[in-house]
Structures are given as C-alpha cells and as structure tokens.
Design a binder for this molecule. Structure first.
Ligand SMILES: O=C(O)CCC(=O)C(=O)O
Length: 286
C-alpha cells in the first residue's frame, strides 16, 4: 500500500508535470479477467484493427461490453489512493477505451484532449479531467509505451502550434515525418509494469512509441473528473449535455451499481461552454 508521503508526491507530479504512474494497482485476479474480456473484443474487432493499423491499432469505446469493466472503473484501490492524494468528488465520463497496439504498429500521434480551452479555468494548475490508463501488459519503448511532454498541460510548447485538432484528423493523411509524430527533445517515455495505472491531465501533450515487437499490448483508458463540485457551472453543463445520456445503459444485473454515484449531474439549463479543443490565450508561454 502506498504511503501518505508517496501519495502526495504522486499528486505533486500530476499537478506539476501533468502525469504520474502508480505501479501494481491491479491484482492478478482482475488482471486475468480483464485480459480475457479484452481478448474477446480484440478478436471480434480484428477487421477494424487491421484496417486501422496506421492509427496505431484498435481504439474502441466499450464500457458496457463486459461486467469486469465496471469492476475496473470503480476499482476501490484507485479511489482509496485518489482520496489520499486529496482528490474529492470524482466523476466518470461514461467511457472506457480499449486500446490495443498490434505487433509492429506505428506511433500514436501527439495530441492533448482538453475540450474547454475558452474557459479561464484552463490555465489553472489543478487537474480537472484526467485519463486513467490501466496497462494489462508491461510497456517498454520497444513495444510502444506512452510518451509525454511534462508540463505541456500548463505551458505552451513548440509542438502546440504545429498540431491539428486532436481526433479530428485522419492520421493516414500525414507522412511519418509530420510534426504529429515528431521526436521532440523534451518528450519522456513512460514505460509501465503490467497492472499499473498512469494518470494524465487532459491538457497534457502525449503520444506513444511504435510497437516494434511481435507481441500486442493492451490498455483500458477511462476518463474521470476530479473535484467536480468545484467546476464552473458552464463546464458542468457542457459535460452534462455531452456525457450524461451515455451512462443509463447500465450492465444487466447490478454490476454497474458502484458507478451510479460517479455519473455527471443532469443538465440544469444554465449556459454551457462550447467545445474548443485548440489551446488559446489560457495556455501560457512560461
Ligand atoms: O497507448 C497508450 O499507452 C496511451 C494512449 C493514450 O493515452 C491515448 O490514446 O490518448
């Protein structure tokens, strides 16, 4: 179990650098169940994976395809840790992306995922929307581990001006020497042991290495909102409009019960902010 001091160090790293890694958060029991669940989906989606090879593999939003995904999304050791890290009122955005990098597949492109760049809160240090990447296999620079640019969630980087709007792009249209795949000098690799979780601020520039091995590697990525009670009403409303309706598709039986308290609030009718994925004046130069 992580100590209070270690949890504060993780919290500081998430705030200052935009990410942190916690090893050994998943035990063997849930890991083997998740491996079986994801293997079944990967097999069914084989055609998709093959057709999307240039996109770095399979990326599919599938929270309701297996009850073990509910177990993962409400994983108590993660929530216990987040509370020690000082995170309150955690909500779930209703998604879980299975990301599978097949053998010998290319890099994922540089991008950030913050949706509300018109909002002044975008320049604040505290993490708001955070990805939790649960790695089911060990990742290394050889099999395509995550890369990040520490601090790029708070400070403008040369790459920001060269990148197209994230997830709007057909990466097949970009040659391998395009800046979205660039080897920037301030990037760091984030190798992970299996069963670890990487937490990342939605504003952080991130990508992955290519998988240059004959083995696939898989992770499950869920988006969470930290300290949701402190969000500006315009952002809460925007999440309500985009994500509230995704969550009533609960699993059969009571698997999803622990997640019900994590759903974002319903829309209230107050003015909501519009999606703007491009950092503007609220991303500072220094
Ligand atoms: O593949 C990974 O390790 C991370 C992928 C990721 O964070 C993303 O697709 O945004």
């Amino acid at each position: 179990m992580i100590t209070y001091k270690e949890a504060q160090e993780k919290r500081n790293q998430l705030t200052d650098e935009g990410y942190c890694i916690i090893d050994g958060i998943l035990n063997e029991s849930i890991l083997s169940d998740l491996k079986l669940a994801t293997a079944r989906i990967i097999e069914t989606e084989d055609k998709y994976t093959k057709s999307q090879k240039n996109f770095g593999g399979l990326i599919i939003d599938c929270p309701f395809r297996d009850p073990n995904f509910a177990r993962l999304l409400a994983w108590q050791p993660t929530f216990d840790l987040l509370h020690i890290m000082g995170v309150d009122d955690i909500r779930w955005m209703g998604n879980l992306f299975l990301i599978n990098k097949p053998p010998f597949s290319p890099r994922l492109y540089w991008h950030q995922d913050w949706l509300w760049w018109d909002e002044p809160v975008s320049s604040e240090r505290k993490p708001m929307q955070v990805f939790l990447n649960y790695y089911l296999e060990e990742t290394t620079t050889e099999n395509g581990c995550l890369r990040v640019i520490p601090g790029s969630h708070l400070r403008r980087n040369a790459l920001h001006d060269k990148l197209p709007v994230a997830h709007d792009v057909n990466t097949k249209a970009f040659p391998p020497d395009h800046p979205i795949f660039e080897d920037v000098s301030d990037a760091v690799n984030v190798p992970t042991p299996k069963g670890s979780v990487v937490m990342g601020d939605a504003r952080l520039l991130h990508s992955t290495n290519a998988n240059n091995t004959p083995h696939q590697r898989t992770l499950l990525l869920g988006w969470f909102l930290f300290d949701y009670d402190k969000y500006p009403p315009s952002i809460k409303e925007a999440y309500a409009k985009s994500y509230y309706s995704k969550t009533p598709n609960w699993w059969k039986g009571n698997f999803g019960d622990p997640l019900k308290t994590l759903v974002v609030d319903e829309a209230t009718g107050c003015p909501s902010t519009e999606v703007n994925r491009s950092p503007g004046i609220y991303l500072k130069d220094t």
